[in-house]
Design a protein around this ligand. Structure first.
Ligand SMILES: *Cc1c(COP(=O)(O)O)cnc(C)c1O
Length: 473
């Protein structure tokens, strides 16, 4: 290579030269030597690429250090807070339930201080980590005993493996669910070391189907809540009470996986009725499993409640140790469950329930309040209106029920392409705003925007890079 291009490339400062500048020293102080050196190297590489085939002169060391600083300081945490305006309250990809203040405080305290995780404060001896929740869970569900694991998938896996390893588990063909994230019941059963015995058909399963399949080799009978779908039309299902009677008559336990189990009757908050865990226990299932971060509104967890002898077998399984819950979550779960002891104030204190029970008029009033500022920010390029929309519960809970809600509807003056670019620009914000594109508009469903977060939402929006929505594709 000869000529002006080669000579300016040779003038590009070396990494060591850039590191010697004052800006670089400050970078090393803030981010550490390794990260600072990597960013400087990347800035030099980028400058070299930009100069190739041009007669541009080389940036000096101070300029390169500055570019490295921009690169490093712009790096935002991947798990930074965002605004979930998708209309899905329990959005699995956005972390499901938001925790109650009491749960947040309890988890923070457990992070900061030593806690009696496996220590009996009465006797001063070794204790059990399940002891903290056993009493509460039994009180709230009417069960004899209880244990907690990493999530409900782990709860189902552990029950199957503890009670039916090398044996049969009988399940209806209508309940062989797949839920998001590749949780497929047949595969979980295989990995649990259980032989799946399917009974009935997709749409109809009868008591006799179970009776005929239960035999010498049966370890348990499994009932699974079809959380994320409904089979409608010409259907027949054996209810939990009848199935428990069939299983018990054969001396085999029934495990009822409720998915998003609820501890209170949701109809008192204007939502569709879901069976409560207490009801499932009373129906005679000897084990019931449910999630911590679905409708219950706590942190990720899986609960197993039921007969003491079975819970003891589950706790002796070496897999229990691999699936157990840490002190942060135990503290948050304990605080969340405590709120259920006062159902009258639950909707005030539990964000999930507060969002789900929020009336449409309230959401619409908020949308009207925010519309002028949003419209002003987007004025040149988009039209902003307020419209009705439908929120969902999410996480496979109550899949057919929608909740009447209100949204800011953002439509472009020009090409529809601008909608995608606007959605992208909103995702790139320091506190991203996540909406949903539907019917030619970017919908921001405000159900999950707390009144107290309105200012933060508007502040985030002022940082929106509108040029990015206008530029050519
Ligand atoms: C959601 C669900 C699970 C898995 O629960 P996670 O807590 O997400 O692991 C298992 N079974 C059913 C029926 C579910 O709805």
């Amino acid at each position: 290579m000869t000529g002006p291009e080669a000579s300016s490339l040779r003038k590009l400062p070396a990494v060591a030269t850039v590191l010697a500048t004052g800006v670089a020293a400050a970078l090393v102080e803030r981010h550490g030597r390794v990260a600072a050196t990597d960013a400087i190297r990347a800035a030099i590489d980028e400058a070299r690429d930009a100069m190739r085939g041009t007669a541009a002169s080389a940036p000096d060391a101070a300029e390169l250090a500055q570019r490295a600083a921009v690169r490093l300081d712009a790096r935002l945490p991947g798990l930074r807070p965002l605004f979930n305006l998708t209309g899905t309250v329990l959005h699995t990809n956005l972390g499901r339930a938001l925790l109650a203040e009491a749960a947040i405080e309890a988890a923070a305290a457990a992070m900061r201080h030593a806690v009696a995780l496996e220590y009996d404060l009465d006797g001063g001896e070794r204790g059990e980590r399940d002891d903290h929740l056993r009493g509460l869970l039994c009180e709230l569900t009417g069960a004899e005993d209880a244990t907690v694991v990493n999530n409900n998938a782990a709860a189902v896996l552990l029950c199957l493996n503890s009670l039916a390893l090398g044996r049969d588990a009988v399940v209806s063909r209508g309940e062989l669910i797949e839920i998001g994230g590749a949780f497929r019941l047949p595969q979980i059963m295989e990995r649990a070391g259980v032989r799946m015995v399917e009974v009935g058909t997709t749409n109809r399963t009868h008591p006799a189907d179970y009776r005929e399949a239960i035999g010498e080799r049966t370890g348990l009978v499994l009932k699974v809540h079809t959380s994320n779908y409904r089979i409608q039309g010409f259907t027949a299902e054996v209810g939990a009470r009848e199935l428990a009677a069939i299983a018990n008559a054969a001396g085999v336990p029934l495990l009822n996986d409720l998915g998003s189990g609820m501890l209170v009757d949701l109809s008192r908050y204007g939502l569709a009725r879901e069976p409560t865990v207490r009801e499932a226990v009373a129906e005679g299932a000897r084990l019931v499993t449910f999630s911590g971060d679905k409708l219950l509104g706590g942190p990720q967890a899986g609960f197993i409640v039921g007969e003491r002898a079975l819970i003891e077998r589950i706790n002796r399984n070496p897999l229990k140790r691999a699936l157990r819950v840490d002190k942060l979550r135990l503290a948050a779960i304990e605080a969340t469950l405590n709120l259920y002891r006062d159902p009258d104030r639950l909707a005030e204190r539990l964000p999930t329930l507060r969002f789900l029970a929020r009336p449409q008029v309230d959401i619409e009033a908020q949308a009207q309040r925010l519309r002028p500022a949003v419209a002003q920010k987007l004025a040149d390029t988009f039209v902003v209106t307020v419209g009705a929309c439908a929120s969902q519960v999410g996480s496979g809970a109550l899949p057919l029920d929608t909740l009447a809600s209100a949204a800011l509807l953002i439509r472009p003056h020009g090409s529809q392409l601008m909608l995608d670019r606007l959605a992208t620009a909103m995702r790139a914000l320091p506190q991203p705003i996540i909406g949903r594109i539907a019917d030619g508009a970017l919908q921001l469903d405000l159900r999950c925007l707390a009144d107290a977060d309105e200012d933060a939402f508007l502040a985030s929006l002022t940082r929106l890079d509108l040029d990015a929505t206008r530029s050519a594709p």
